[in-house]
Unconditional design. Structure first.
Length: 108
């Protein structure tokens, strides 16, 4: 087996994901190389951390409900949309969030 295969197998064993190589021998050489590349690019440590963090209870420091002003997205200028996106990105960078409910069919 190749060096890449052995490294992928070692990583998968560490994280109990060996099943990803179950059908390796049935693949074409091109698909084998692609699979190994994908496996070696996975950040398993980050995946474990994200999984573990998702299991923790959510700490809500402040919670309140208030009504929002109605805005028709289609009527916003590009500058207004960019402004709202920038505000949202800044809020997320600060580790905060908010949510709203919308009528059916409306999206970001």
């Amino acid at each position: 087996m190749t060096k890449e295969y052995e490294e992928a197998k070692k990583r998968l064993k560490k994280y109990q994901q060996e099943q990803l190589l179950r059908y390796y021998d049935q693949l074409s050489e091109e698909k084998k190389a692609k699979l190994l590349k994908q496996i070696l690019e996975i950040d398993f440590e980050q995946m474990v951390k994200l999984y573990n963090d998702a299991q923790k209870p959510l700490e809500v420091k402040e919670a309140f409900i208030e009504s929002m002003e109605y805005v028709e997205k289609e009527k916003l200028t590009k500058e207004q949309k960019a402004h709202f996106v920038a505000i949202g990105e800044q809020i997320l960078k600060q580790g905060q969030f908010a949510f709203g409910t919308m009528a059916g069919g409306q999206r970001y």
